[in-house]
Structures are given as C-alpha cells and as structure tokens.
Design a protein around this ligand. Structure first.
Ligand SMILES: [Zn+2]
Length: 301
C-alpha cells in the first residue's frame, strides 16, 4: 500500500517545458485539495478510488505538478479548492486504490504538503517559487534550489520468545481508543542510524532492550512528510515494561492467538465483549498491519 511503484516518475521530463505542455494536453489529472482534511477528489460515481479528470475539463489556475507516466499516459495533479461532493481522505478511499492510484495519491499529497509548509527560503527567508513541474522551489534572491523533504520514521514489530510461541510487543497511543494497539514507532533523529533509532525508541517508550533489528519494508506516509521504515527486532533480557506516560497509554506482550483475534475483529467490524485488553490493531492499509500480518503468517525473520 502506497508503495508508489505503479508508475514511472520520468524525472528527466520535469525540466522540459515543451514536453510538459504537450503531455498536459493528453494527461489524466488528480485533483488535490489545499485542505488536508479532504485531500483528494474521489470517484463520486461510486466505483471507488480516485477521480481522474481530462486536462481539458479543468480550470487553468492552480499549481499543476507532473507525477509521472504509466502505460504511455502522463499523470499530473492540480491543486484546487474542493467543490461539491466527491472529496475524501486516505482512510475513506485507501482500500479502493490500486497500485497506480495509491502511488499517485501518495506522491501528489506529499508534494502539496511540502509546498504548503515550505513557502520561504531556509537560507535567506525570501518567498520561493515552485519550479520543475512541482519538484523544486527556487529562491529569487540567492538562486538556491530546494527539494521536497521526506522525514524517516521507524516502525517496528518487537518479539520475545522463540518460533510460533513468541509474543509481540504492542502499545497504545494516549490518543487512541481503549483496546486499540499498534506496533511502536518514532522519528529517526539527526546523526542516527535506523537500527539505533529502533532500539532507542523502544527503550524510550516501553523501557525494554532489543537487538537483531532487521529491515522488512517501507511505506510513504505523506501526512505531512513521513517515510515509514518497517523493522523487526527481538527482546534482550528483561521483558518488564516501563512506560513513557507521554508517548504510551499502555503496552503489553501479546500471543499470536490474541493478535489474530484482534485483527479479525477490526476486519469484520466486531465489537468484542468486556474484559479484553487487546481489542483492535491497525487497519489493513498501514505498514503496522503489514508487519503484524506477516508475523501472524510466520513470515518475518
Ligand atoms: Zn534565499
């Protein structure tokens, strides 16, 4: 999900105005809202997924960004005020997106978020302007060129024990509903390796030591600019949990049977009875859930 591999970014075309102008005439265009609450135009006809428009049907104004090419078709985004029905969030449309649409969505939203948050030159403070089909901002004062940011974050399924009897460490963020747990996660700090970030975040949030940290997969999460890097890791020593009360409301070690049951409840919308600590895990389109499902299937290192 959101892996962005469904199209060719064709980056060499970004600085080719003649090619871009011709491509726009035959492009399919994803409408992006400047409002993060309803970021994208959806298929109002009810078929699910994104609405893609022909360029000739669209207003001339608004930032126009070149996303890439798939099967010979150029794709752009156009930022415009949402009008009428048919605007939605990732949570609303995510499960309906194919690989191409998910990649277009992630890329367009990431660019929009970056442009909104970086209007000025970080060197001299002058207002910058958008260039290279949306892929840079340039400073008219000192001629510096600025590129879209991506902030690395680690997300990790930590296990304890051996083989099919091992336990998974899941935590609950204070903002989440009681019973709803996820894998632990946190931002990578400047000067830090990914492996060190995994170990540090786990120790800070729940007070346990881990090693054998291994990379599994990644997922862009452009809200506003994260790249989630998924890892596994294994407990070393004492499994006793000491919570950081700011970051974690609760955390625990859960069996495969407990985690499988909570995943099934989330998928089929069942509300479990009282007295169950782990009542839900992350929904299917998240990398957290990908790690959990791979673990449940016995497919993680
Ligand atoms: Zn400047």
């Amino acid at each position: 999900m959101l892996t962005g591999a469904g199209f060719d970014r064709a980056a060499l075309r970004r600085a080719d105005p003649g090619w871009l102008a011709a491509a726009w005439e035959r492009a399919r265009v994803l409408l992006i809202s400047p409002k993060s609450a309803t970021p994208v135009a959806t298929d109002a006809a009810g078929a699910g997924g994104l609405a893609l428009s022909d360029a000739s049907d669209l207003p001339a104004q608004g930032p126009r960004r070149f996303l890439g090419v798939a099967d010979g078709v150029p794709y752009f985004s156009l930022t415009t005020e949402p009008a009428g029905e048919g605007w939605g969030t990732l949570r609303e449309v995510g499960m309906d997106l194919d690989e191409l649409q998910a990649g277009l969505f992630a890329t367009a939203i990431a660019l929009e978020q970056w442009h909104q948050r970086h209007p000025c030159c970080p060197i001299c403070g002058t207002q910058t302007h958008e260039a290279d089909a949306g892929w840079t901002r340039k400073c008219p004062n000192d001629a510096s060129v600025h590129f879209p940011r991506t902030d690395p974050a680690v997300i990790m399924l930590i296990t304890a024990g051996a083989g099919g009897d091992d336990l998974a460490l899941l935590g609950r963020n204070p903002q989440w509903a009681p019973g709803r747990f996820s894998t632990l996660a946190g931002f990578v700090e400047p000067g830090e390796s990914l492996e060190a970030a995994v170990a540090r975040e786990v120790f800070e949030e729940v007070g346990v030591q881990v090693n054998d940290v291994r990379y599994v997969a990644s997922q862009p999460w452009p809200f506003p600019a994260s790249l989630m890097l998924g890892f596994t890791g294994r407990l070393v020593g004492d499994p006793a949990i000491r919570l950081d009360p700011v970051e974690m409301a609760e955390a625990g070690w859960f069996s495969r049977a407990e985690v499988q049951r909570a995943a099934d409840w989330v998928d089929d919308g069942t509300e479990p009875g009282p007295g169950v600590q782990l009542r839900g895990v992350s929904p299917r389109l998240s990398i957290s859930r990908f790690l959990i499902d791979r673990w449940l299937a016995g497919q993680l290192p």
